[in-house]
Design a binder for this molecule. Sequence first.
Ligand SMILES: Nc1ncnc2c1ncn2[C@@H]1O[C@H](COP(=O)(O)OP(=O)(O)OP(=O)(O)O)[C@@H](O)[C@H]1O
Length: 424
Amino acid sequence: MACAQTGSGKTAAFCFPIISGIMKNSQSDPRPTRMPRMSFPSALILSPTRELSVQIHEEAKKFAYQTGVRVVVAYGGAPINLQLRELERGVDILVATPGRLVDLLERARVSLQMIRYLALDEADRMLDMGFEPQIRKIVEQMDMPPPGLRQTLLFSATFPKEIQRLASDFLSNYVFLAVGRVGSSTDLIVQRVEYVLETDKRSHLMDLLHAQRENGLHSRQALTLVFVETKKGADSLEHWLYSNGFPATAIHGDRTQQEREYALRSFKSGKTPILVATDVAARGLDIPHVAHVVNFDLPNDIDDYVHRIGRTGRAGKTGLATAFFNDNNASLAKSLADLMQEANQEVPAWLSRFATRSSSMKNNRRGGGSGGRFGGRDFRRDNSFGKGSVDFYGGGYINSGYGVVGVSDGYGGGYSSSVNSAWD
Ligand SMILES: Nc1ncnc2c1ncn2[C@@H]1O[C@H](COP(=O)(O)OP(=O)(O)OP(=O)(O)O)[C@@H](O)[C@H]1O
């Protein structure tokens, strides 16, 4: 189970060992030949959104270049026939969203009996999105080898305790590895919080965009991602921006997959340098040149905030995140102020006052809020879980130094300072 900050390169961290493992064992794992139309991948990578699956597929293909390891993607909202054809041509690593994979399993077009590696990317989000029944079906009720015979990897920038408990069903004797504090944001992102009344949000956004334009920060080299709470809100803000001279596009779950992919392409290319999005775009998406993330509507959960702002400040680059805060977000004040302080950001005095006022109320953060700071550790360290038996540590964990994992300052500064013990 591995936790590292957004944009730090988790995709490569789980892809390379999988590709390497498959290359080493390619001779020793002959595929059953009786069922020619059924595919037998050796590795399965599950991710919560279609766009993220597409991105992981593209990355994994690059990493597997000229290795002979074949990577195929399967996700909902796209024609299944094309995906079936790709699968029939052979697959070593299958990247999939849970719903489409269940479909393929039920059609008996994919068998999991040869799986040696199972990676769950953004595992907590998949469970949040209600994929737990599908994931349990895939992992526990089909023909996948049990933990011990397969290697299971869970990756995210946040790991609420509840998810750790559930995930432990899929893992045996596991290593919990954290780079930096679990759930923290990178200090490469400058975070700003502004008090903006609901009725003033649009004009405030307009001011920001005008200022950006005047500073030359409105181009294909400086994209702006604006998060809103609802799909309707996304449509409406997109139209409003467009009619006010700011080329924008939108992505949310009510758009067809074709529209979603078109919007993403148009944004990435800078044709529409503003993307209005719901949380469907909050996780994992690696879009170069996102210079500014605006939380037009703040999420209810601080983990979601961490992932959203993490669309900027990636791979050692810096970024800016602006949040519009008002009384409706009071329940987030404490965790937001704590998170900002943790990332060495300036916390406005008014936000600290909000935080003090709301700290006596129940914190909204999953994982017990004020209990473990940022839910920030391996839950097996928590004596309140089970008997707190020492056996929970039997599998070993990497608890300091990171000499073992060789975390290096690969981005020319910026990361080494955040490499701490997971238990601090
Ligand atoms: N060692 C490296 N050197 C330079 N760039 C890297 C390295 N590893 C990864 N990257 C780049 O960093 C970017 C972020 O990587 P990736 O998308 O895997 O982040 P992540 O940790 O999965 O983030 P998130 O939590 O948002 O999903 C990608 O563009 C990737 O190509």
